[in-house]
Design a protein around this ligand. Structure first.
Ligand code: IMP
Ligand code: MG
Length: 182
């Protein structure tokens, strides 16, 4: 699997020490508040686990399964795989996503949560932000890393459902991209 990685962009230690900083900031911002974290799956599952273990506050965890990517490209549409959102009345909501690219995913979730969900506040946190022109302008409240416009895998992010379990974030070889294209 690691032979398929052309370049490691963010090593495990770098990621985890940035999570220490993010978690500290989030802990200070939400102290004494009723916090619900909504993770956008599948991509954010490792980020969710590592981040939440660094936040020593009572927190409710929910998830949303969403797909918007096929191979290395956005499909341009956001597919919600479940009909109902969590009940967030009277709660402060923090949306968690692996990567902000076109902005379509976070925008779609924010729209659904904005309509009468009763949330007291709504913020978003992304591990990675790609430097690309966003289709939907999203200004996340918490950003782990700004990265160049490259397709990345690992630490939860996939290429056609592979490589999510790499402990670091890297760029694939062209050979691997071709091999697992569908
Ligand atoms: P957006 O809706 O275009 O902002 O894209 C967000 C979603 O697309 C992410 O949650 C990922 O699932 C997927 N995605 C975007 N860029 C990458 C990438 O470089 N590698 C893997 N998945 C990506
Ligand atoms: Mg995703």
């Amino acid at each position: 699997m690691t032979d398929d990685v052309a370049k490691v962009l963010l090593g495990e230690r770098v990621i985890l020490s940035r999570l220490d900083e993010l978690a500290l900031q989030i802990t200070e911002d939400y102290r004494g508040k009723e916090l619900t974290v909504i993770a956008i799956l599948n991509g954010s599952f490792i980020f969710l686990a590592d981040l939440l273990r660094r936040i020593p506050l009572p927190v409710q965890v929910e998830s949303l399964s969403i797909a918007s990517y096929d191979g290395v490209k956005s499909t341009g549409s956001v597919e919600f795989r479940q009909a109902r959102l969590a009940d967030v009345r009277g709660r402060h909501v923090l949306l968690l996503d692996d990567i902000l690219d076109s902005g379509l995913t976070v925008h779609a979730v924010r729209e659904r949560l904005a309509d009468g969900s009763g949330a007291l506040s709504l913020r978003s946190c992304v591990l990675l932000r790609k430097s690309v022109p966003q289709i939907r302008q999203i200004d996340p409240d918490y950003v782990g890393f700004d990265i160049p416009d490259e397709f990345v895998v690992g630490y939860g992010l996939d290429y056609n459902e592979r490589y999510r379990n790499l402990p670091y974030i890297g760029v694939l070889t062209d050979e691997a991209i071709r091999r697992y294209a569908r």
